[in-house]
Design a protein around this ligand. Structure first.
Ligand SMILES: Cc1ncc(COP(=O)(O)O)c(C=O)c1O
Length: 401
């Protein structure tokens, strides 16, 4: 009998975390690898945030905090919601976890029973379906069609809702496609949801501030106040403050839900680091004047990558409104052969051969539930992106029928 629990049979390791490990391994072997797999900004955490952490250590803020997070942090989050989203959440309605990842995990663990369905639009962030499965729920997928900018429509949403639907997962701007819903598009979805009182909304707003060309960010509880009582609004510090390693994510919603999530957390990690929490307060209350510079740099890189990929034979790439990913189609290379005669049957073959022959690490669309595509994170230097796109162009040009 195996020592491993049966529930592990329902999930697979995170494809993006695995790729990050693989890139590190290949680099350690001395290979010339460009990693475009990691979803983290290449900018440093702003200095005033680092200084707040150092000050917290000096002041002895090195002990346990309340499970949902310090009151100071929950107050700062409450003010952020009011200031940026026009949403009222009291500190009691807020929970802080070890990254948005843990908060989403807590939410599913706290609410799903066997048979409960969670609607997840594709392409999705890698972890949603596995977290749902681990919590014994059933993921139900809706295709965000490429022809609709990788977004789902109100009709598709309505058709997917059943008596067992507990949550609808929304993520705008999206990882992996960068797709972002306009206010009108989001309203069309919330108009459907208003009619199904058993369905809750989980909105992952992690990329709220990484949007381009005057795009306006929207979140469901703000667009449709009638959904406020059944919405969990999620956000975090990883992307907007470049604080991936600090592990700060948070959720806000009805007190009953937040208490249940805190219960789960009290029996697992207790809370995220007290020092990170002090830094997170400084981040929320401090200046964000660095952000326009970051967003401008991301936009320049997006434009570069989209243009260079569209020059690669067999690749086509849309230009998304947010986040720092593109999700090109590699449909045009499926069925072609590499120079050593290997047939590219699917997007997993494409990314594998690309890594082997050109040393460019990207993630296969299969990991995000929509094929044949691949994801590029352009949160890296312009030089590396140029080099990588040239290698992709060379690889594609070398494929034969
Ligand atoms: C859409 C989305 N949600 C949640 C997360 C989790 O981020 P973290 O746990 O670092 O807050 C990520 C990270 O890549 C993400 O892209």
């Amino acid at each position: 009998m195996s020592i491993i629990a049966a529930r592990l049979g329902r999930i697979k390791p995170s494809a993006t975390n695995m790729l990050t490990g693989k890139v590190a391994e290949l680099k350690a072997q001395g290979r010339d690898i460009i990693g475009l797999g990691a979803g983290e900004p290449d900018f440093d955490t702003p200095d005033h945030i680092k200084q707040a952490a150092i000050a917290a250590i000096g002041a002895g803020e090195t002990k346990y905090t309340p499970v949902p997070g310090t009151l100071a942090l929950r107050k700062a989050i409450s003010e952020k919601f009011k200031r940026e989203n026009g949403l009222d959440y009291t500190p009691e309605q807020i929970t802080v976890g070890c990254g948005g990842k843990q908060v989403i995990f807590n939410a599913f663990m706290a609410t799903l029973d066997p048979g409960d369905e969670v609607i997840i639009p594709t392409p999705y962030w890698v972890s949603y379906p596995d977290m749902v499965a681990l919590a014994e729920g059933t993921p139900v997928f809706i295709e965000g069609r490429e022809t609709n900018g990788f977004k789902i429509t109100a009709d598709q949403l309505e058709a997917a809702i059943t008596a067992n639907t507990k949550w609808v997962m929304l993520n705008s701007p999206s990882n992996p496609s960068g797709a972002a819903y306009t206010g009108d598009e989001l309203k069309a979805l919330t108009d459907v949801l208003v009619r199904y009182p058993q369905v809750w909304v989980m909105t992952d707003d992690m990329y709220e501030h990484i949007i381009y060309d005057d795009f306006e960010f929207n979140t469901p509880a703000q667009i449709e106040p009638r959904l406020y009582e059944r919405t969990l609004t999620l956000n975090g510090h990883s992307k907007v403050f470049s604080m991936t390693g600090w592990r700060i994510g948070y959720g806000a919603g009805p007190v009953e839900l937040i208490r249940a999530m805190n219960n789960i957390q009290s029996q697992s990690t207790t809370h995220t680091s007290s020092i990170s929490q002090a830094a997170a307060v400084a981040a929320l209350n401090g200046p964000m004047d660095y952000l326009p510079g970051w967003v401008a740099a991301f936009k320049e890189r997006r434009d570069l990558v989209v243009s260079m990929l569209n020059q690669a034979t067999g690749i086509s790439c849309q230009s998304p409104d947010g986040a720092f990913y593109v999700y090109p189609s590699c449909a045009g290379v499926i069925g072609k052969k590499t120079q050593d005669g290997q047939v590219i049957e699917n997007d997993t073959d494409f990314v594998t051969r690309l890594l082997e022959s050109e040393g460019v690490a990207v993630v296969q669309g299969a990991a995000f539930g929509l094929e044949p595509h691949f994801r590029i994170s352009y949160a890296t230097s312009t030089e590396a992106l140029e080099d990588a796109c040239e290698r992709i162009q060379r690889f594609c040009a070398g494929l034969t029928d």
